[in-house]
Ligand binder design. Structure first.
Ligand code: DC
Length: 244
């Protein structure tokens, strides 16, 4: 039960900032892991990918193209993006509207990736993410959490997994949501987005030099959480090495 001990240890130090930055490609398990860890540690969970998804959706609805940089910048400054944890899920509110299902469709993957290449969008969202994170005990997940948003995060983790494993996970998620896609389509789409996310000029996906890499290809959720709990303990120097 060492996560519970870590939680109370953290709660006894309410003024201590502790930022956990989790980066990695699509399907590495970031959302599942971060959501579960945040709930168990009592940390605030910030899903930065959901914020790019909101900008993609809002741009689509407003008829703003991904190459209209000024239009996107103005849009970002007027958007109100909030997270509302509910029943173990993280609902995403865009201007007060729950857009959680809409920002997870296959089409929204493409819009989010397109707007995430725009420097004006990144600047606006990074400023917002820093404000949300400054509060203290937070877990941020994304592509640039440890390299750009919080380069001084107390703990940086890079979650990765083989492409075939990531595609299987995403495919299961998409079909559970009722989207008719084949495994081959999902794998092709993830490979395309990997390339786009890691080769863009601004804040490309890469592992921070001081990030701990964790390959989740052969690990289940409980094993990944246990591994990260050990990293938190080591980082905090609590010396507590008991198993879950
Ligand atoms: O993690 P995700 O699949 O929800 O991210 C959606 C898109 O946003 C994806 O193409 C990567 C991009 N993104 C980004 O560029 N920077 C982040 N910090 C988070 C996501």
């Amino acid at each position: 039960m060492h996560l519970e001990r870590l939680r109370s240890h953290q709660q006894n130090m309410p003024k201590t900032r502790f930022v956990i930055a989790v980066d990695g490609p699509s399907g590495a398990g970031k959302s599942t892991i971060c959501r579960a860890l945040a709930a168990r540690l009592g940390f605030t969970y910030i899903d930065t990918g959901a914020m790019y998804r909101c900008v993609g959706l809002a741009a689509r609805e407003a008829g703003i193209d991904a190459d209209d940089r000024a239009g996107l910048e103005a849009l970002c400054h007027h958007l109100d993006i909030r997270f509302a944890p509910a029943n173990g899920e993280n609902r995403v509110l865009l201007d007060g509207r729950d857009v959680s299902p809409e920002i997870r469709t296959p089409a929204s993957d493409t819009w989010a990736s397109a707007v995430s290449r725009v420097p004006e969008v990144r600047r606006a969202l990074v400023a917002l993410q820093r404000r949300l994170g400054e509060a203290g005990r937070v877990i941020l997940e994304g592509r640039d959490a440890g390299t750009v948003i919080f380069p001084d995060a107390e703990l940086k983790i890079y979650l990765d997994a083989d492409l075939a494993v990531r595609a299987r996970r995403r495919h299961a998620e998409q079909t559970a949501r009722g989207h008719a896609v084949t495994l081959a389509e999902v794998e092709r789409d993830i490979a395309r987005r990997d390339l786009s996310d890691s080769t863009r000029d601004h804040a490309p996906l890469r592992q921070a030099t001081d990030a701990r890499r964790l390959d989740t290809s052969n690990l289940d959720t409980a094993a990944v959480i246990a591994a990260i709990a050990r990293m938190i303990e080591e980082t905090e120097g609590t010396g507590n090495q008991h198993g879950d």
